[in-house]
Design a protein around this ligand. Structure first.
Ligand code: NAP
Length: 246
């Protein structure tokens, strides 16, 4: 389904990004495993893909840093010749109620989650426009759609991604580039494992399907949006949340 495609997945050393990278590779894409600090985990993802007969490479880059992102994109273009798929998945949380939220925690979340996606799209878009082909998938969140107490910074970043997705979709549609967002609900990863048990139970109770989502649920949706099967879908937000938001 994705043979001869080159994909970059940001934040692919664990969780949703890792599963997305493994899934894109299983469909035939060459996958760049971007990470910031987790070198060993990223190398392990590459190893897993190579062992399964796929093609992958790990590249360190802090998505919040423009020079770092530019170097990564230039290196990928130089080595692989093209970039077909960009999955802006890297994300962090620094939760607190507004009254206690530090300004630096607001900035850090916006810088990684929102500006990070902006920088990756900015540096990749010329390449995709020249190719007259591209698939960009931004990892938003149900929190960006519904809001969540204690996540003013995170919700702002994830809602911002939806606005960027729609705006860029309008800018580049005529060049064969689609831009979509995925809005996961409550997914079982390291990001959510740290939540207190009672919060997790409340979350699950509010989900019509009565379970946490798995990383595979998200990865398969990303793979679909990255494929030619989704060629006529752009500017959309696909909720993968067990019915949390409807
Ligand atoms: P996770 O397990 O915490 O993994 C986050 C990934 O992002 C790691 O690979 C991390 O790599 C990378 N990362 C963080 N800061 C980075 C930076 N500045 N530059 C490059 N990479 C960076 O998170 P997850 O649960 O898989 O979530 C993945 C995405 O889905 C996030 O955008 C998150 O907001 C979104 N999401 C998650 C859920 C959920 O329930 N889990 C729900 C909705 C949306 P390093 O360790 O190398 O920094």
């Amino acid at each position: 389904m994705l043979e001869n495609k080159v994909a970059i997945v940001t934040g692919a050393s664990r969780g949703i990004g890792k599963e997305t990278a493994l899934t894109l590779a299983s469909y035939g894409a060459t996958v760049i495993i971007n990470y910031n600090g987790s070198k060993e985990k990223a190398e392990a993802v590459v190893e897993e893909i190579l062992e399964a007969g796929g093609c992958a490479k790990a590249i360190q880059a802090n998505v919040a840093d423009s020079d770092s992102v530019k170097t990564m994109i230039d290196d990928v273009k130089k080595e692989f010749g093209r970039i077909d798929i960009l999955v802006n998945n890297a994300g962090i949380t620094k939760d607190n109620l507004l009254m206690g939220m530090k300004e630096e925690d607001f900035d850090a979340v916006i810088d990684t989650n929102l500006k990070g996606a902006f920088l990756c799209m900015k540096h990749v878009i010329r390449i995709m426009m020249k190719q007259r082909y591209g698939r960009i998938i931004n990892m938003s969140s149900v929190t960006g759609v519904m809001g969540n107490a204690g996540q003013v910074n995170y919700a702002a970043s994830k809602a911002g991604l939806l606005g960027m997705t729609k705006s860029l979709a309008r800018e580049v549609g005529s060049r064969g580039i689609t831009v979509n967002a995925v809005a996961p609900g409550f997914i079982d990863t390291e990001m959510t494992q740290v939540l207190p048990e009672n919060v997790k139970e409340e979350m699950i109770a509010s989900i019509p399907l009565k379970r946490a989502g798995q990383t595979k649920d998200i990865a398969e949706t990303v793979a679909f949006l990255a494929s030619d099967k989704a060629a006529y879908i752009t500017g959309q937000t696909i909720s993968v949340d067990g019915g949390m938001h409807m």
